[in-house]
Design a protein around this ligand. Sequence first.
Ligand SMILES: Nc1ncnc2c1ncn2[C@@H]1O[C@H](COP(=O)(O)OP(=O)(O)OP(=O)(O)O)[C@@H](O)[C@H]1O
Ligand SMILES: [Mg+2]
Length: 401
Amino acid sequence: MRRPLIEAHLRPDAPDLLDLPWHVPIELWAEHCPRVLDLERGVSRHEVQFVAYDTRAWAIKRTSVHAAHKEYALLAQAEERRLPCVRPAGWLEVRADGEASAGMLVTEFLEGSLPYRTLFRAHGLERYRERLLDAMAGLLVRLHLAGFYWGDCSLSNTLFRRDAGELSAYLVDGETSEIHASLSSGQREQDLLILEENVAGEMADLVASGEPPHPLDPWNTGRLIRERYARLWHEVTREELVAAGEEWRVQERIRALNALGFSVSEVELLADPGGSRLRLRTIVTDGDYHRHQLHSLTGLSVEEHQARQMLNEVRERRAEMARVQGRSVSLSTAAYRWQRERFEPTSARLAPLADERTAVAERYCQVLEHKWFLSERERRDVGLAYALEDYLRVMRAPSAP
Ligand SMILES: Nc1ncnc2c1ncn2[C@@H]1O[C@H](COP(=O)(O)OP(=O)(O)OP(=O)(O)O)[C@@H](O)[C@H]1O
Ligand SMILES: [Mg+2]
């Protein structure tokens, strides 16, 4: 028998994959290999298998050798630009018995991710569905700002992660994508047209299979994503005119972009042709402003909206400490105390509830939300400890989501 594995290019942190049954077609692996995981996946033309090594899972997609290499290189470039995409781990060339040689793209399994079909099928996820509009618009804006043309933007080529009651979207299929220094409005328009067409088809499929995507209007979803995209794009890229004496508007603009989650890497101030005003233009790098800030303060890696909520708590903690101590307290001191006294003990209690779909950080944010809900109902600040006990009680109830 010829050796089935011809060539492998894998990153150092990826497993060597040598013990996988490469001599059989990938769609038959479940019968040949205990490493195969039965996880939810989206609709796709190519065969995808998930395999486990220690505590990590990897996705292997069969395609052509050329396509596997190309998609790997593209995802690596996207990763360098810190775009929300699946992380590439390598590519291989293999030849199963009696088959022509094929390419295999290996990516790290995106932990806690949901394909859109699961989002619309599973109970308890209804509240996230409307969030899909902003998540898709936000993903496309971030890609386009970085010069990334998707070429096949669709719901099945996106994975969703729950993020403090919102959704974060990740690109999973970059087979048709290109990276340029920047995109023309024609290229962006092309991506939006593809998006609308694909989403219309996907929504029609849901309706046809008896799963109307309530509360979304299946016939308008693409258009709504496009409208949100246009608003966000305008907000992020617009230029402002700053008159003499109004320099504070520079800081205001940066804060407004940060509040939307965008990090500002550069501020350009150019003299207006008239000479009396300045043109203010900001260059944003990524949509992870709060994630980066929380990570540098605490070392925690969570999603963007989760980080924003946690930072609000850190700031509350800081205000409380400053009041008690009668002097100002640094954000890093407050973050340290918040992490030790609130986040860690609460997470320890929540750990048994975390599963493949809902990470501890998401549960933590749900407790915060529960606290606001109870406080509003009881018209007093009920406190985190009380909210946590009540949340655990609700979750243990037999009908809990
Ligand atoms: N790294 C990953 N983490 C989680 N799921 C993944 C990963 N890679 C692939 N998948 C799942 O496999 C599905 C198919 O992958 P992908 O879209 O790349 O295949 P495809 O055959 O190229 O699709 P298309 O039919 O659009 O060409 C995805 O929708 C996703 O659900
Ligand atoms: Mg796909």
